[in-house]
Ligand binder design. Structure first.
Ligand SMILES: NC(=O)c1ccc[n+]([C@@H]2O[C@H](COP(=O)([O-])OP(=O)(O)OC[C@H]3O[C@@H](n4cnc5c(N)ncnc54)[C@H](OP(=O)(O)O)[C@@H]3O)[C@@H](O)[C@H]2O)c1
Length: 350
């Protein structure tokens, strides 16, 4: 059998367009898989990496976090997968820096503990919306102790249970999710709901139904002039324990609302997707920033994702929007992502 040729969408220098060119065919090390990608998804992180070169460790670079495809090679010590399995997985060039760990290629190496079998009924295009957002969501919800997100910034430690395949009795906890229509916000809504947490979301009025489909019990309009008061009232009315806020948007505007809500409710966690507000926060606000590569997600990858997709407890949301087919469409998809998306994940089929 002849060796297949690999290609990748390379970033030669920060701020330049990706260039499609040859790449070495990667091999699977211990605990790794090589995936023959059928679809990859775009994340805002990719846009930051392209524009500024942030997180790039090796030039030229191949980045990208989400892959769906078939297992091409299985590394030593991997028991859960075999060649030919249909999978989704989280590519971790972000932390390793290695080009072979970037999604934007025909073949990508991923850690086996960040992959799951994709049920036959689910297309690669749908499945690829899940991986990075899923790992981010677990990092929001289930870390038990603070770690380091970046120098001087701690990770949040909400210590909430993992999602369950069963309908679990509610532990009586409420979490506010700011950005219920975003990829990470909607996935966090799904996983928190599957752990029995009562989710109150904030989203654009046009995305209320979408956020509810992900499990939010109530959704408030991001443009409501009384937003903070209404969210605080809803949390009080729900009773039980207020866990805090996951801010999946993390801008000065959202932080201003977060601080009012937390003040009105006596404090709590403030988990953010970017560094928390750079001000002296009251002692009763426990702020942190997620860093979405963490083995806290391993049990979810190994035990939850496949059966939850099968039973539709885990939905492939936000829905994919296919920008094109072929590595050369990744550049267009990045530009579309920079222009902004609403409750959708940009996907390139390969
Ligand atoms: N630290 C980490 O490890 C980590 C991991 C993953 C992502 N991130 C960061 O998290 C952020 C979200 O990523 P993503 O992929 O989830 O984004 P995304 O899906 O591209 O977000 C787009 C959505 O955000 C909503 N939105 C924008 N501003 C809003 C506001 N003020 N209030 C409520 N909703 C608002 C939009 O709603 P409309 O439809 O109303 O416009 C849209 O539906 C990005 O900045 C990303 O870089 C960080």
């Amino acid at each position: 059998m002849s060796t297949p040729k690999n290609s990748a969408a390379w970033l030669i220098k920060a701020g330049s367009s990706l260039q499609v060119g040859d790449a070495p065919l990667p091999t699977a090390g211990p605990g790794e898989l090589v995936i023959k990608n059928a679809a990859v998804a775009i994340n805002p992180l990719d846009c930051h990496m392209q524009d500024s070169g942030v997180f790039v460790q090796i030039w030229p670079a191949v980045f990208g976090c989400d892959v769906a495809g078939e297992v091409y090679e299985v590394g030593k010590d991997v028991e859960r997968f075999k060649r030919g399995n249909r999978v989704i997985g989280h590519a971790i060039n972000l932390t390793s820096g290695r080009p072979q760990d970037g999604a934007f290629a025909l073949y990508t190496v991923i850690p086996a503990n960040k992959a799951a079998i994709l049920p036959d009924e689910i297309s690669f295009t749908d499945g690829v919306v899940v991986p990075f957002a899923l790992e981010a969501a677990v990092c929001v919800l289930s870390l038990k102790g603070p770690g380091v997100a970046m120098p001087g910034v701690a990770t949040p430690a909400l210590g909430l249970p993992y999602p369950s395949l069963q309908d679990v009795p509610s532990p009586g906890k409420t979490l506010v999710i700011y950005g219920g229509s975003s990829s990470v916000g909607s996935m966090t809504t799904q996983l928190a709901t599957a752990a029995g947490i009562h989710v109150i979301a904030i989203a654009g009025a046009h995305n209320f139904e979408f956020s509810k489909r992900c499990g939010a019990c109530q959704v408030f309009d991001r443009n409501d002039t009384s937003l903070a008061d209404k969210v605080s009232d809803a949390v009080r009315k729900n009773g039980g324990e207020f866990v805090g806020i996951f801010d999946a948007i993390a801008t000065p505007e959202t932080y201003a609302h977060d601080i009012i809500i937390l003040d009105q409710l006596g404090g709590g966690h403030l988990a953010c997707v970017h560094p928390p507000p750079n001000i002296d926060l009251p002692a009763n606000i426990n702020a942190g920033m997620i860093f979405a590569v963490n083995n806290v997600a391993t049990p979810v990858w190994e035990e939850y994702v496949t059966p939850a997709l099968q039973s539709e407890k885990l939905q492939c949301l936000p829905p994919p929007f296919v920008v094109g087919k072929g590595l050369e469409h990744i550049q267009t998809a990045l530009e579309q992502s920079k222009a902004g998306v609403s409750a959708m994940k940009l996907v390139v089929e390969l």
